[in-house]
Design a protein around this ligand. Structure first.
Ligand SMILES: O=c1nc[nH]c2c1ncn2[C@H]1C[C@H](O)[C@@H](COP(=O)(O)OP(=O)(O)OP(=O)(O)O)O1
Ligand SMILES: [Mg+2]
Length: 166
């Protein structure tokens, strides 16, 4: 760096947060950060779409992959592999206060990545075909999707936890 400008640069050893890591690590950090903003308990969630051919990636980074590549591009990512399996995962994290460890509720739905089909209005729904179904998330009616989705599975665990905590 010294060579490129007349400025002087120092190396500082600062540990700055960057939200990378496993879905569990990311949502844990998110919950802890949220908990520093209020005296009340917080609830945060994060969604991942994990391709087994990519050992779980894009995972928590799916938002940017979707934005840059579109659903067609997501399909192209797996089309060169034999393994098209994937899982949709939602994690709710509940954090009582800023000094307590967040509790995670992982909801997972197995399926595979297919050529996009169905309603294009929500995220990566058109490329996710859940196991045991002929329709992608995007082709299903909302009630069917909600009854099997990664999010509903996570919410069910959260509900059970909150009810037993009462
Ligand atoms: O059931 C779903 N069906 C299709 N797409 C979905 C679904 N659920 C979330 N999505 C999309 C939204 C976003 O492109 C990415 C991550 O979702 P998610 O982490 O909840 O939202 P986000 O990344 O916008 O917020 P944040 O920056 O707080 O993590 O997946
Ligand atoms: Mg996210």
């Amino acid at each position: 760096m010294e060579d490129v400008t007349n400025f002087e640069f120092d190396n500082l050893k600062l540990d700055l947060d960057e939200y990378q890591g496993t879905p569990e690590e990311i949502v844990t950090k998110k919950a802890k950060l949220a908990a520093t903003h209020t005296d009340n308990p917080v609830l945060v969630e994060d969604v991942s779409l994990c391709f087994n051919a990519y050992k779980g990636l894009p995972g928590p980074y799916i938002k940017d992959f979707l934005k840059q590549l579109g659903t067609e591009g997501l399909y192209k990512m797996v089309s060169g592999f034999d393994d098209h399996t994937a899982y949709a995962q939602c994690i709710f994290a509940y954090c009582e206060n800023k000094d307590s460890e967040p509790v995670l509720f992982v909801g997972k739905n197995e399926g595979k990545i297919v050529e996009p089909r169905g309603d294009t209005s929500f995220g990566w729904d058109p490329v996710f075909l859940p196991d045991g179904y002929e329709q992608t998330y995007a082709e299903m009616d909302k009630a069917t999707k909600n009854s099997i989705s990664h999010r509903s599975r996570s919410v069910a665990k959260l509900k059970e936890y909150l009810q037993t905590e009462e």
